[in-house]
Design a protein around this ligand. Structure first.
Ligand SMILES: [Zn+2]
Length: 104
């Protein structure tokens, strides 16, 4: 789960939640458009409907797929939370590992 301000804004929600894969293990069809959300992050979205597609990094081989993009629910459960400095105070604490900013 990510509570950063960019995830909050692009999802229109209190946080973003993702399944993380090695980029080489993900196969795509169709096209996306992308924008630079940070010096190292690229956010891809559907050019037709604007839905968030995935996030990739210039310094990591992982790709972050938003849980809301999967057809099935309940197949992934987040194991940690990032950018808890922007976390909504009404969310429960101590459920998973919490990082004040990005993970180490
Ligand atoms: Zn984020």
């Amino acid at each position: 789960m990510c509570h950063c301000m960019t995830c909050r804004h692009i999802h229109g929600s209190a946080f973003g939640s993702y399944a993380i894969y090695e980029h080489a293990n993900v196969e795509w069809s169709g096209s996306t458009r992308a924008w630079e959300s940070s010096a190292l992050g690229r956010r891809h979205f559907c050019p037709v409907c604007g839905s968030v597609a995935f996030m990739e990094y210039t310094d990591r081989t992982e790709i972050d797929l938003p849980l809301g993009s999967f057809d099935r629910t309940g197949i992934f459960e987040p194991t940690y939370e990032l950018w808890c400095c922007h976390r909504e105070p009404w969310l429960p604490h101590g459920v998973r590992t919490e990082f004040v900013e990005d993970r180490d």
